[in-house]
Design a protein around this ligand. Structure first.
Ligand SMILES: [Zn+2]
Ligand SMILES: [Zn+2]
Ligand SMILES: [Zn+2]
Length: 370
């Protein structure tokens, strides 16, 4: 639907169209050809039939035949004659001529035992002037022998140049010639023959990991397998106290964890939180304008590592009792190691430094189950 404003503007232009072509009108009104015809239908405007240039259409039959014989396709002929595709088609129909598409022409040639070379465009004898090539139609290459020879020579030269270029570049693994290898995990360069375990399916018959990393990976895989076995029974080993406890009851929620639970048990986590709070309080006492959030987000302090005992299984009750104040009070409270601030006065620079380093110096322990 047209607005009144558009209607008046289009009507004015179309009334004064004179003998301008439709494409000129399209450009002036900012419409596509289809939109223009819709507008004309809606406004009930009729334009005189499209103007033709009769001089351009005066092409003798002999000229067209000559072009076809020269192997020109339709778009080449359009450009040479200054005609549209429609005009050319009208001419060809008028003279009863036909321009074959490249595929049609090739089929015609091949029926006569000929082929047009895709490089030099000459039509040659298929059986003698083309090399055998099983990957191409009729078992012959699409370039004639001369062109293919030139083409392969060019390719050989290019390949040689590329090879010379790569050889000129400095090697990315200069240690490889000296019987060394860089470990994929620790990135240290070590002797291949002694420091890398044998592995028949890998490059050079040796592992890509050095012995130390190989052992570490084996151990990690075992730990993960063991954690999976425990998880199947609803258990997890605490990454801090190493006791095996019930996964859902004794570990807090952590959505980023593989099993959706924290890696430290609730007792260890509580002790850690308490230590963090104490560190913050100490740092605050030493430096009152310190931001608490900055301290907390810097990782806090790590609780002193407990000696690793033999894993002990905490007997799991058949149904967990509902949490009551008495049951939580009866649970053994973990002892929090107190960190003495030392004999320095509380506000001295050394005290501030030690408080800060205790609070933010250590990073969080990596998750064991990850
Ligand atoms: Zn050729
Ligand atoms: Zn390594
Ligand atoms: Zn624990």
């Amino acid at each position: 639907m047209l607005t009144a404003e558009q209607r008046s503007r289009y009507l004015e232009v179309l009334k004064n169209a004179g003998n301008r072509t439709r494409s000129e009108l399209c450009r002036e009104l900012g419409l596509s050809y289809l939109e223009l015809s819709r507008v004309m239908a809606e406004l009930g405007v009729k334009l005189p039939p499209a103007r033709r240039d009769p001089a351009r259409m005066n092409v003798p039959r002999a000229k067209l035949e000559e072009m076809i014989r020269a192997g020109m396709n339709r778009s080449q002929m359009q450009i040479a004659l200054g005609l549209s595709n429609r005009g050319l088609m009208r001419l060809l129909k008028q003279y009863g001529l036909q321009v074959l598409s490249p595929a049609q022409r090739n089929r015609q040639y091949e029926a006569q035992g000929l082929r047009q070379c895709i490089e030099c465009r000459q039509v040659k004898v298929l059986a003698t002037d083309f090399y055998n090539d099983r990957t191409n139609p009729l078992g012959k290459n699409r370039r004639c022998k001369e062109c293919l020879n030139r083409w392969s020579a060019w390719h050989r030269q290019r390949k040689k140049l590329a090879q010379a270029e790569t050889e000129a570049k400095p090697s990315r693994t200069p240690w490889a010639d000296q019987g060394l290898r860089r470990c994929r995990r620790c990135h240290q360069v070590k002797p291949l023959a002694t420091e890398f375990p044998e592995s028949p399916n890998e490059r050079g018959g040796r592992s890509v990991y050095c012995r130390a990393c190989h052992e570490l990976r084996k151990q990690q895989a075992l730990e993960k397998q063991r954690a999976n076995e425990l998880a199947a029974q609803g258990l997890r080993q605490c990454s801090h106290c190493h006791q095996i406890k019930r996964l859902n009851e004794d570990f807090g929620v952590n959505r980023r964890d593989r099993l959706g639970r924290q890696t430290r048990c609730r007792d260890c986590q509580r002790a850690l939180n308490q230590q963090k709070r104490q560190a913050v309080l100490r740092a605050r006492a030493a430096q009152p304008d310190l931001l608490t959030t900055a301290l907390l987000h810097s990782g806090g302090v790590r609780p002193t590592q407990a000696p690793r005992p033999q894993p002990t299984l905490v007997p799991t009750p058949p149904a967990p009792a509902p949490a009551t104040p008495t049951s939580s009070a009866s649970r053994p409270q973990p002892t929090v190691p107190t960190v003495s601030t030392g004999p320095q006065p509380a506000n001295s620079p050394a005290a501030r430094l030690s408080a800060l380093s205790q609070a933010s110096g250590s990073t969080d322990t990596p998750r064991a189950a990850a």
